[in-house]
Design a binder for this molecule. Structure first.
Ligand SMILES: [Zn+2]
Length: 58
């Protein structure tokens, strides 16, 4: 039986577009839109998390 190769996950931080504070961790398999979180470490503003092609779209 062949082993299924699992590509290594590249974990990155979602950063607040206003102040650059680290908020949540995602990996390169993530696909996300319509999720809003509040920046709790920095400016306390809400922003939408959009992840496309393994990258955060600001
Ligand atoms: Zn912020």
């Amino acid at each position: 039986m062949d082993k299924i190769k699992i590509p290594p996950l590249d974990r990155k931080w979602i950063k607040c577009p206003y102040c650059g504070a680290k908020t949540v961790i995602y990996d390169n398999t993530a696909l996300c839109s319509g999720v809003h979180i509040k920046c709790t470490r920095g400016c306390k503003r809400e922003f939408e998390i959009i992840i496309k092609d393994g990258k955060q779209v600001l």
